[in-house]
Design a protein around this ligand. Structure first.
Ligand SMILES: Nc1ncnc2c1ncn2[C@@H]1O[C@H](COP(=O)(O)OP(=O)(O)OP(=O)(O)O)[C@@H](O)[C@H]1O
Length: 567
């Protein structure tokens, strides 16, 4: 398989749009005009254009136009098409060269990268993989029809879930549109299936984009992207039945909304959270993933209304839960469970669990309390001061989950549960979200058995939320989970560890990739700050440390008891 685009076309698939078109110019100047407009619009939009790699006809116009606007271009061409003679033609004795493998690369422009692949099939697969924003079909012949229709079929199968736009200049695609509609009337394409293809008409181009087909085409890609969010195609072709389908949150109410949230613990301290924007729908189960110190606990506490976020007069409040300010007018039903609870002296006093639960209203929710007692395997006769940390944690969970909460904020509270109880608890929480529409945000570093739990994954890095949503996001910046195939390609293609992924390992390995990259970024920032910056890890004895003993030497001389005794 050909390698992905190299430095000359360094934009990723997530910022790439593929254009299919003929390698002949056609006989109407409007086709050439369209190709030029589309190539330019993609480049001006900052996206990479992926196309069939040819230098003649509409393909040539398209590529030249994108390159003239300083765009990046990835051409994918089968080796059979790189030779000057039309190989494969019946009169050509050499016949088809498909399958012979890559030959030389053909383009030299610095912003152009050409991948030579061995077959048409390989070309289509590579183009699809490199085109996270979707596909545009310009006029062309059989090959173009075949490419466009195969990409629509892949959308239908759920192999990808991206826009496919056909700019209908001079009514080129009109007959295909009619055919699709007639197939729908005849019962071969469903109503939903009609949405998989966007035929862009002159009327829309004139009315909304002053006749500019390039801009109108990109706008149509955006419209279709919005329409496709949350859809799965008709069935998940490549999930082999093991990946659960993603729930559709497109019509769910917003449970949690965070807008431009920046937060410092003290005015003189640097911000622990920077410009966080997050929208989480009702019923979602969001996993917060980030390194130690990334800001997960701080965010959870702010979501729980435990700290006041200053709100300059006239600006909307930065955190709302079901449209209510969490600090000043919190809605009922927000439950926060954090690790600090176990440190509270009250929960370590000599009090019997039964009394303890009743003192916080357990008798009012008897049915839920009893279910949780069973599930968490809690003994009502335990004395709180004489139980293990894990047992104390079970009591905390029973106490916190008894009342039917609407929003649950969990900060690492499953860390000391045994695997069975943790697994049963996760199943219970999932059921609560699915059946009662309860919303969960859960920060954890433990990934065992978590693959089937979340509906959304949020990556926090150095106090910021990283947008991992990709082009198919239903709710940026979170990554919808389980990821679609195109999300998987985007997230795992850059990772050498993709091969390690097993069902449970996918989430863990994605998290590992994110955290490794986060640490590298932090170290780069620290290095850039030079002496003024902070340094983590073992001191290397450089600079001001050069003349002093190493950390381990200090440790042993000060704290090693064997040394002390011998002295
Ligand atoms: N009380 C505090 N006062 C000042 N700074 C704080 C305080 N609590 C946390 N911080 C800082 O805020 C940042 C985010 O901390 P936070 O506890 O939210 O991280 P986290 O992602 O939950 O980490 P962990 O995975 O270790 O629990 C860190 O840099 C931390 O040093």
């Amino acid at each position: 398989m050909a390698a992905p685009a190299s430095s000359s076309a360094s934009l990723a698939a997530a910022d790439s749009l593929c254009v299919f078109c003929g390698s002949s110019p056609g006989n109407d100047p409007a086709y050439a005009q369209l190709a030029g407009d589309v190539g330019r619009a993609i480049a001006q939009n900052g996206w990479r254009m992926v196309y069939g790699g040819g230098q003649k006809g509409l393909m040539g116009i398209l590529a030249d136009s994108a390159l003239a606007s300083n765009g990046q271009v990835l051409g994918v061409i089968p080796s059979v098409m790189t030779s000057s003679a039309p190989s494969g033609h019946p009169t050509d004795s050499s016949a088809s060269k498909e399958g012979q493998g890559p030959s030389t690369q053909v383009h030299t422009h610095p912003n152009m990268h050409t991948e030579v692949v061995s077959s048409m099939h390989e070309r289509k697969a590579l183009m699809a993989r490199e085109s996270g924003r979707g596909f545009v079909g310009l006029p062309g012949g059989y090959g173009t029809f075949e490419e466009v229709l195969e990409m629509v079929t892949w959308s239908q199968l759920g192999i990808h879930n991206v826009p496919i736009v056909l700019p209908n200049v001079r009514d080129f695609w009109g007959p295909l549109e009619q055919l699709v509609q007639s197939a729908a009337k005849s019962g071969f394409i469903t109503e939903k299936g009609l949405d998989l293809l966007y035929v862009l008409h002159q009327k829309e181009v004139d009315a909304e984009h002053g006749g500019d087909w390039g801009k109108a085409t990109l706008a149509a890609v955006g419209k279709m992207e919005a329409k496709l969010r949350g859809r799965q195609g008709y069935w998940a072709w490549s999930s082999n039945g093991s990946t659960p389908s993603r729930p559709d949150f497109s019509s769910a109410a917003t449970a949690i909304s965070v807008r431009n949230l920046t937060y410092s613990f003290q005015p003189h301290l640097p911000a622990s959270l920077h410009n966080i924007n997050l929208t989480l729908p009702q019923g979602s189960r969001t996993l917060l993933i980030g390194a130690n110190g990334a800001g997960k606990s701080t965010l959870l506490r702010l979501l729980a209304g435990k700290r006041l976020v200053s709100n300059k007069s006239g600006t909307p409040t930065p955190i709302t839960v079901f449209d209510r300010d969490v600090f000043n007018s919190p809605p009922s039903g927000i439950t926060y469970l954090g690790t600090e609870w176990a440190m509270n002296p009250v929960v370590r006093s000599d009090i019997v669990v039964d009394d303890f639960l009743n003192s916080v209203g357990g008798y009012r929710y008897k049915a839920r309390r009893d279910r949780l007692l069973d599930l968490l395997d809690v003994d009502l006769d335990w004395h709180m001061h004489a139980i293990s940390d894990g047992e104390r944690r079970r009591v905390q969970l029973c106490m916190g989950l008894m009342a039917p909460w609407t929003v649950l904020l969990l900060d690492e509270v499953t860390v000391d549960l045994d695997v069975q109880v943790r697994s049963d608890l996760l199943a219970f929480l999932k059921e609560e979200a699915e059946e009662r529409g309860a919303t969960i945000v859960y920060a954890t570093h433990i990934f065992d058995g978590l693959h089937d739990f979340p509906s959304h994954v949020v990556h926090m890095r150095l106090g910021e939320v990283v947008d991992e949503s990709g082009p198919n996001a239903q709710a940026a910046p979170s990554l919808l989970w389980p990821p679609s195939d195109s999300d998987m390609q985007r997230l795992r293609s850059s990772s050498a560890s993709a091969a390690r992924d097993s069902k449970d390992g996918v989430l863990l390995n994605i998290a590992l990739d994110w955290l490794r990259a986060d640490r590298k970024l932090r170290e780069e920032r620290e290095a850039a700050a030079g002496d003024k910056g902070k340094q983590r890890g073992a001191r290397k004895g450089l600079g001001k440390d050069a003349v002093v003993e190493s950390d381990s030497e200090k440790f042993y001389t000060r704290y090693d008891y064997s040394q002390t005794v011998m002295r």
